[in-house]
Design a protein around this ligand. Sequence first.
Ligand SMILES: NC(=O)c1ccc[n+]([C@@H]2O[C@H](COP(=O)([O-])OP(=O)(O)OC[C@H]3O[C@@H](n4cnc5c(N)ncnc54)[C@H](OP(=O)(O)O)[C@@H]3O)[C@@H](O)[C@H]2O)c1
Length: 344
Amino acid sequence: MVALEIVHASNAQLRELGPGLVALFVGATSGIGEYTAKAFVTNTISPRVYIVGRNTAAAERIINECKLLNSDSRVEFLKGDVSELREVDRICAEIKDKETKLNVVVQTQGNLHLRGREENPEGLDRKFTLTYYSRMRFITNLLPLLQTATTSTPHFSRTLSVLGPGHEGKLNFDDLELKNTFSVGKCASHSIVMNDFMAEELALRETGSSFVHSSPNLVMTGGARELPFWARLAIKVLSPVMSPFAVNAEETGARQLFHATSGMYPPAKPAAGSATAVGTPVPEGVSILKGLNGEVGSGGYAVDWDGKATGKKSILDEYHSKGVGKIVWEHTMRVFARLDKAEQ
Ligand SMILES: NC(=O)c1ccc[n+]([C@@H]2O[C@H](COP(=O)([O-])OP(=O)(O)OC[C@H]3O[C@@H](n4cnc5c(N)ncnc54)[C@H](OP(=O)(O)O)[C@@H]3O)[C@@H](O)[C@H]2O)c1
């Protein structure tokens, strides 16, 4: 476990990366995304931050709170429903109009519901799109900006997807998209395993950036708002029992920011001659993490809430031996190609 004092000290060193870092937080109008965006604003010099979600009132509140945390920050709300990939594309185009580089992309979009499969205009389930397809679409659309960030001071870029490594389940290879076999449990298993393998695959291809899939542990957020009344009531009744086991808002923001910026999770090939290309320096007493492919410093990581490596070994070993990284990559690119074709 990386001690919280180490996390705070590392985050404070983000200022040494210089002014004008640019970051995108998708799903930051609430919960883990909001806490992480605020930690970023607090620890950086004149940052430019984009937050994505649907709730305008929440975004306005967060923008005002960020101004109080750092008066030199510039935070902008990009409103959109990213359970549809055409909305992801529209938002990415807007970012590309405004910025030439992106140092950090943090994604926490998701919802908790028991409604079953809900198809979007692209033929994908909306929940699955939030936790997997939209996240990969943001990353692949924005790769040119992540690459540019590695070619100019501080030569640093990273993506962080917060979901659930350590809770991998089996994939249905006959229905990776879950068109015919959707359930909330299968959606979680597919999203988690596919986030893992895409972090690994992206790191192989984009060696100057790193790609992290992290777990938040239990965090008391508004995440239950779409559950039926009886489930919300049960959570409310149980919350005094659950709270002591939860990670609080401030610690969550600090720890996820650490995952998004620490040199513990470097790219496979950071820009030569730049100490900041790995992020903030690796703190004393901890070492560079072993990546998803088993190599230390591989650039693609599954990280537990407390900073250490995670992932269900039995499933990851079996899927590595079956070449699942290639299968997941090709599936995802096929889905994106289908969308591109439909848009033409
Ligand atoms: N909290 C936990 O204990 C916990 C544990 C394990 C994993 N996780 C995972 O961590 C992630 C974040 O969880 P959280 O607890 O922070 O949830 P949260 O407080 O509900 O935040 C979810 C964020 O996603 C955004 N979002 C939801 N649907 C959207 C849509 N269609 N379009 C655009 N944005 C959308 C929400 O914004 P708008 O409402 O403004 O659209 C909100 O900003 C989720 O994927 C969750 O599954 C959480």
